[in-house]
Ligand binder design. Structure first.
Ligand SMILES: Cc1cc2nc3c(=O)[nH]c(=O)nc-3n(C[C@H](O)[C@H](O)[C@H](O)COP(=O)(O)OP(=O)(O)OC[C@H]3O[C@@H](n4cnc5c(N)ncnc54)[C@H](O)[C@@H]3O)c2cc1C
Length: 474
């Protein structure tokens, strides 16, 4: 307990103990909480916003990558004039709760199976814009299905609840403090799963973390993703079919020339959404130099992001994008999308050489099927140097989830021990689901044996995950 929670003293509301406390309801947290609750564990999930899904919902990015492997960097594709449908999908990389979630969303009318989308089926030329292994879904249907999955599993959901501190005794986190409209509350827990993306609880507990690139401290750009509607998708297809650049450098150059006083991006990365005429703008909405663990930075990034979304709509799309003369800004994200902040100093840290050499681990609990894609300041994606993930599959060892020195605290999502460019494949949403599911499942082994997370029988965990349709064998 830190000094400030201590000072609040008797104003803190004490709640009944739970078996498992999950902080953060993004791809990792929803899977962790559902997996834990389905095993009969009394599980509470704290989520700072009002919906589950993290970056995919609050971040306006309903675009779950990595169901299969076989992806290659976009620039390689542009160079070879490849469309995504030209690529093979050699194998499934993630099953389990992730597959169940996309199937339920698709069955509810919220999207086509991965690698398919209404707009690209109608306008195949749009395929040059988008990824080929993603599941794209209707945001509202996706949010509701994730709610349903958590509620059906018996998860005690607490929205608008931010975990703010922990009570630590020795190697154990005895419980978590959180704040919501009711005030500051304390919940004791036998196992704690940190899915905050930023390793907030690991940091609060005083276990070691580092931020950004371990050598330089650089954090990849963050931003406020925008959706623009009212675009004639056929006109964009025609532009692409005529050899137009799928990153729109020339269109941005014209906009910048016409509006020299406005801060406009050099290129755009846009993807079709499930609704006709709606496009998500991802590349072109990001900014460097913002720290996702700093409250002032998050406010300033949001302010800048909303200005950028207006500028993109009015000065780039309406004026220069084919078929977008009458477009409107549909939405900006409720929260900025943050790619990289703290990572834990884990029992094992995945290194770039592991991915380049295709290292096999005995304690693999999840797979990642994506290539290297982390954009550093020098403008170079690692893969542009000609380096690729061996076999197109990354094994995620259980030990990457264990903060060094902690007994009952485990981590899932983008803050696991995955160094440098390894974060690219490891942070993809499908893989965050898979690692979250492994964490929630591991909680039963930990609690049943009353042992530390590091001492559970990992082969039994792997067997349980296999039984639950998860991919753990590369
Ligand atoms: C701009 C951008 C584009 C991306 N594009 C793609 C893409 O196209 N496809 C893809 O698969 N991946 C993409 N990624 C990567 C992917 O979205 C993330 O790596 C992934 O969402 C991480 O999952 P997570 O569960 O670890 O964290 P998050 O998705 O960040 O979720 C964390 C959740 O925890 C909550 N939270 C945080 N702190 C607390 C706290 N203290 N208490 C309670 N709740 C808390 C947050 O509100 C959030 O809901 C992108 C990321 C960004 C930023």
């Amino acid at each position: 307990m830190s000094e400030y929670t201590h000072a609040l003293g008797d104003r803190i509301i004490n709640l009944d103990a739970v078996d498992v406390l999950v902080a953060g309801g993004g791809p990792a947290g929803i899977a962790a909480a559902v997996a834990a609750a389905r095993q009969g564990l009394n599980t509470m999930l704290l989520e700072a916003t009002g919906c589950l899904g993290g970056v995919s919902t609050s971040g306006n990015l309903p675009f779950w990558l990595g169901y299969t492997n076989g992806s290659i960097p976009f620039r390689w594709m542009i160079r070879k004039n490849l469309a995504y449908r030209d690529l093979p999908h050699p194998r499934r990389a993630v099953g389990g709760i992730f597959e169940e979630a996309w199937k339920r969303i698709a069955a509810a009318g919220g999207g086509e199976p991965p690698c398919h989308m209404g707009q690209t089926d109608k306008y195949p030329g749009l395929d040059r814009l988008g990824c080929h292994d993603e599941f794209t879904f209707d945001l509202e249907i996706g949010k509701r299905v994730l709610d349903e999955m958590a509620v059906e599993a018996g998860v005690q959901l607490r929205f608008y609840a931010r975990a703010i501190d922990v009570k630590r005794r020795g190697a154990a986190v005895e419980g978590v403090y959180f704040a919501d409209k009711s005030g500051i509350q304390y919940v004791p827990a036998k196992a704690v799963i940190d899915c905050t993306g930023d390793a907030d609880l690991v940091d609060d507990a005083g276990f070691a973390t580092y931020k950004g690139d371990r050598k330089t401290g650089e954090m990849t750009a963050a931003g406020l993703v925008a959706h623009i509607e009212g675009i004639d998708a056929g006109a964009i297809e025609a532009y692409l079919n005529a050899g137009g650049d799928p990153w729109f450098y020339e269109i941005c150059a014209r906009a910048r020339q016409a509006h020299p006083d406005i801060d406009l991006p050099e290129h755009l990365i846009i993807f079709p959404m499930v609704q006709d005429g709606v496009f998500m703008v991802n590349g072109g909405t990001s900014h460097r130099g913002f720290d996702g663990t700093n409250g002032v930075d998050m406010t300033n990034l949001t302010l800048k992001g909303r200005q950028r979304a207006r500028d993109l709509t009015e000065y780039v799309f309406r004026e220069f994008m084919p078929g977008a003369k009458n477009c409107r800004l549909r939405s900006t994200a409720a929260t900025p999308g943050v790619r990289e902040t703290r990572r834990i100093i884990a029992e094992y840290i995945l290194e770039e050489d592991d991915l380049l050499n295709g290292t096999a681990f005995e304690d693999t609990v999840a797979l990642a099927g994506r290539h290297f894609d982390l954009q550093r300041k020098d403008g170079q994606v690692f893969a542009d140097k000609g380096l690729s993930v061996r076999r197109g599959i990354t094994e995620i060892p259980y030990r990457t989830m264990l903060p060094k020195g902690a007994d009952n605290l485990i981590v899932a999502g983008r803050c696991i021990g995955a160094d440098g460019q390894c974060l690219g494949p490891a942070r993809i949403m499908s893989t965050c689901f898979a690692v979250g599911e492994a964490a929630g499942t591991a909680a039963r082994f930990k609690i049943q044996k009353n042992t530390a997370f590091r001492n559970i029988d990992v082969q039994a965990l792997r067997a349980e995950l296999r039984k639950n349709n998860c991919e753990v064998d590369a």
